[in-house]
Design a protein around this ligand. Structure first.
Ligand code: DO4
Ligand code: MG
Length: 298
C-alpha cells in the first residue's frame, strides 16, 4: 500500500491511498503524519487503518498518470547519509583526488567508521515533488543526481515508510574542499522526493529494493544505472539512531540513505535533461533539470 498526494480539480491537495492494482482512493486526512497519528489512536497499524478506510470508499476514475502529483509528505527537514555504498566512496575519492586515486581519504575513513556521515539536506521550501523542476547551480560544472531510498521517520525514530529521493550534488564543489559540502548539496530545488510513500509494514525486506536511474537528453537515454539496497554497508536503524542521537527531529522527517549509482565521471547534468529514478514497488520519480537565472560568478 502506497500513499500519495495530488492536486484536485479545484487545486486542493488530497492525500490518497494507491493500491497495488494502481487504484487511487482519496483519504480524509490532510497529511501522512495525521494518518499515522489516527492509526495510533485507534491502536491499529497504519496499513490496517488505510485498508479499513478504503473498504468503505470508491476509487477515483482518473489513473495515477492523469493526476497532478505533489510531494507525498511536506517534510520540514530532509537529512541524508553519505558514503554508505562502495560506489559512493569510490566516486568521492575520485573527485577528492582529482581523479588520481593515489591516496586514501576521509571518505575511506568514514566508510569504515562506526559513525556514519549524516548531513542536513533540505527544508520543505527547497524540496520539490514529482514532475517539478530540479535546479542545477550556476557555479558548478560537474553536477549529478543521486538516486536514493528515503526513510520517513517519526520523531522517535520509527521507520514509517519508504520513498524515493534525489540528492542533487555538485562533485566539483565537494571535491575542491569537503568544507564546501553544504554548498555542494543544498540550494533551491536541490532535493526531490516522491512519487509515493510505501508503508513500512508492506515491505518484507528493505535490503531488497532495486534502484534504477535513467537520464535522458534530447529524448535519448544517456545514463542508466541499477543497484540494490542489498549493497548498503550499514543498517537503516543504525543511520536513524545516529540522526536522532541527542537531536530533536520532526515527525515525518526524511532521511536519505545514500547513493549507489554514480553517472560516468565525464557526465554532468545540463538544463533540459530529464531524470527518472525508479524503485519498482514505490514508483518512478521524474524531474526535469533547469538552470534558473544564471548569475555570473567572478
Ligand atoms: O560525502 C558526501 C556525500 C555523499 C552522498 O551524498 C552519498 O553517498 O549519497
Ligand atoms: Mg547522497
Amino acid at each position: 500500500m502506497r500513499i500519495i498526494r495530488y492536486l484536485s480539480k479545484d487545486s486542493r491537495p488530497v492525500l490518497a491511498a494507491l493500491t497495488s492494482d494502481e487504484k487511487v482512493y482519496p483519504l480524509d486526512q490532510e497529511g501522512f503524519m495525521e494518518l499515522i497519528q489516527q492509526a495510533n489512536e485507534q491502536n491499529i497499524s497504519p496499513l490496517s487503518f488505510v485498508k479499513n478506510m478504503i473498504s468503505k470508499s470508491k476509487p477515483i476514475s482518473q489513473s495515477i498518470e492523469e493526476l497532478s502529483l505533489l510531494v507525498p509528505i511536506v517534510a520540514q527537514e530532509v537529512w541524508a547519509s553519505g558514503v554508505t555504498y562502495e560506489q559512493s566512496r569510490d566516486a568521492r575519492n575520485y573527485e577528492a583526488t582529482d581523479g588520481k586515486l593515489d591516496t586514501t581519504t576521509f571518505y575511506d575513513k568514514v566508510y569504515d567508521a562506526e559513525r556514519p556521515e549524516i548531513f542536513f539536506k533540505s527544508t520543505a521550501a527547497r524540496t520539490v515533488g514529482p514532475n517539478q523542476e530540479v535546479y542545477i547551480r550556476s557555479d558548478s560544472k560537474w553536477q549529478i543526481p543521486e538516486p536514493e531510498l528515503g526513510l520517513i521517520i517519526s520523531r522517535e525514530g520509527e521507520i514509517l515508510g519508504y520513498t524515493i529521493g534525489n540528492d542533487m550534488s555538485c562533485r566539483d564543489i565537494e571535491g575542491e574542499n569537503p568544507l564546501y559540502l553544504p554548498q555542494a548539496k543544498m540550494w533551491k530545488h536541490s532535493c526531490s522526493i516522491g512519487p509515493a510513500i510505501l508503508l513500512a509494514e508492506a515491505v518484507k525486506d528493505p535490503y531488497d529494493f532495486t534502484i534504477i536511474c535513467r537520464i535522458y537528453r534530447h529524448g535519448n537515454l544517456v545514463v542508466e544505472g541499477t543497484a540494490s539496497t542489498g549493497q548498503l554497508k550499514r543498517k537503516f536503524e543504525e543511520l536513524v539512531s545516529f540522526l536522532i542521537r541527542d537531536n530533536e527531529i520532526f515527525d515525518g522527517t526524511i532521511l536519505l540513505t545514500g547513493t549507489c549509482i554514480v553517472p560516468p565521471n565525464k557526465f554532468t547534468l545540463l538544463e533540459g535533461d530529464q531524470i527518472e529514478i525508479e524503485i519498482p514497488s514505490i514508483g518512478v520519480l521524474k524531474n526535469n533539470v533547469k538552470l534558473p537565472n544564471k548569475i555570473s560568478v567572478k
